[in-house]
Design a protein around this ligand. Structure first.
Ligand code: FAD
Length: 370
């Protein structure tokens, strides 16, 4: 019997399902995909796009085109709420979409612990597509006057963004640009000393200022406030203070993990509702908390592909094994990177070239479907 498969978000964990939508159709099922943009942006290349290493079209996947080409239905919209008892989701537009089986890959948002106004000069690092707006603004302003750019946060995203703003200014030959990182404690504190050493060294070499031990309490257009007393004037502000899973599940009263991610068992299946699945940053994996990195979302792909077909057909599910340690390479924005896997650590041009190769190969594989 034909069933309705609903995919909420076409993120990194849904890539293989999206590539195989035709198979679901051959099995007689209907597939609908909901996403707020016709494209999905690959976050690993986002800072590189900001720094003019990549064009926006090189780092995005044409979700709408791929879905429609394979006979699926694409809905431009955002899931606001889930009603599991009624097997339906409600979009921000108020539209209601029913499903037999649903899978969520709706990602995460920059966590809201810094009060930031919505503005054309303030850019949370997610959604990634806004980094292009930031780039255009810096290019426009930076050709006419010296600029000061602030990055709130001290983790890898903050380092990559600051480094790539520096790269952008160099490549576009902008007027002098001052870049300041405002870190609550220090730079990349959750990483080993070697990684921190390379990151700080690279920022210092380029005169990117690191202001440590400061709690940013408020961000508003043109300035940030620290510890509710001191303020800094800034032309453009990025907010990179870490991410939290989408609030959709908590707002829907569903079983969630400590940060609000959909609580899933080893089959990437909701612990409460057997016809609800999920992957990527928006889930909380019950067996073991997973870092919010694209690596896990990518590893989840084959399991979601299998389990969504199995759930529609009443076949046994497959369990997800998160695997061992993963490779991380940071793009420092000057053509170099920092490579880290287990005990192996190095920086320089080869690290960036390896990241570039891996990221382009990933994109080429899925862009080929377009
Ligand atoms: C600047 C930056 C750089 C990073 N670099 C790396 C890296 O190099 N390597 C790495 O492993 N990780 C990296 N990460 C982490 C990585 O971004 C995440 O772990 C990864 O994006 C998670 O993938 P996802 O598919 O779950 O979410 P996302 O990539 O956020 O995708 C979610 C998708 O769902 C859509 N969506 C959102 N809300 C809704 C809704 N309500 N309804 C329907 N659709 C919705 C979005 O439009 C998007 O297409 C980086 C993160 C940042 C911020």
């Amino acid at each position: 019997m034909a069933k309705n498969l609903l995919l909420a978000g076409g993120g990194h964990a849904h890539m293989m399902v999206l590539a195989n939508l035709g198979k679901f159709k051959e099995m007689g099922h209907l597939v609908t995909v909901i996403q707020p943009s016709p494209h999905h942006y690959y976050s690993g290349m986002g800072p590189g796009m900001l720094g003019l290493t990549y064009r926006p079209e090189e780092i995005r996947f044409a979700t709408r085109r791929v879905v429609e080409k394979q006979g699926g239905t694409f809905i431009l919209g955002k899931v606001a709420k889930v009603e599991p008892a009624a097997n339906r989701v409600i979009l921000e537009s108020g539209e209601t979409i029913a499903y037999d089986v649903v899978s969520f890959n709706i990602g995460s948002n920059v966590s809201g612990h810094v009060a930031a106004e919505k503005s054309d000069t303030i850019f949370p690092v997610k959604p990634i597509e806004r980094l292009h707006e930031a780039q255009q603004l810096i290019l426009r302003l930076g050709k006419t006057r010296p600029l000061t750019v602030g990055v709130v946060g001290g983790g890898p995203s903050a380092v990559e963004i600051a480094g790539n703003v520096w790269g952008l200014a160099r490549k576009a030959d902008l007027l002098p640009i001052t870049i300041r990182i405002f870190a609550r404690t220090s730079i990349m504190t959750s990483f080993p000393d070697g990684v921190r050493y390379h990151a700080i060294n690279s920022l210092n070499r380029r005169k990117i200022e690191i202001i440590e031990h400061c709690a940013v309490t408020r961000v508003e257009p043109g300035k940030i406030e620290i510890d509710s007393r001191q303020s800094y004037g800034l032309d453009v502000i990025f907010i990179a203070v870490g991410v939290r899973p989408s609030a959709v599940f908590r707002n829907s009263g569903m079983a969630v993990g400590p940060e609000g991610g959909l609580l899933v068992n080893r089959y990437l299946q909701s612990v409460e509702h057997p016809n609800i699945f999920g992957g990527g940053d928006c889930i909380y994996f019950q067996d073991k908390p997973l870092d919010k990195v694209g690596v896990y979302a990518v590893r989840e792909n084959p399991v979601l592909l299998h389990n969504l077909q199995a759930a529609l057909e009443g076949r046994p599910l497959r369990s997800f094994d998160p695997g061992g340690d993963y490779l991380l390479i940071f793009n420092l924005g000057d053509g170099t990177g920092i490579f880290r896997k287990k005990w192996l650590l190095f920086d320089g041009r080869p690290a960036f070239l390896l990241k570039d190769y891996i990221d382009r190969r990933f994109m080429n594989r899925f862009q080929a479907l377009e």
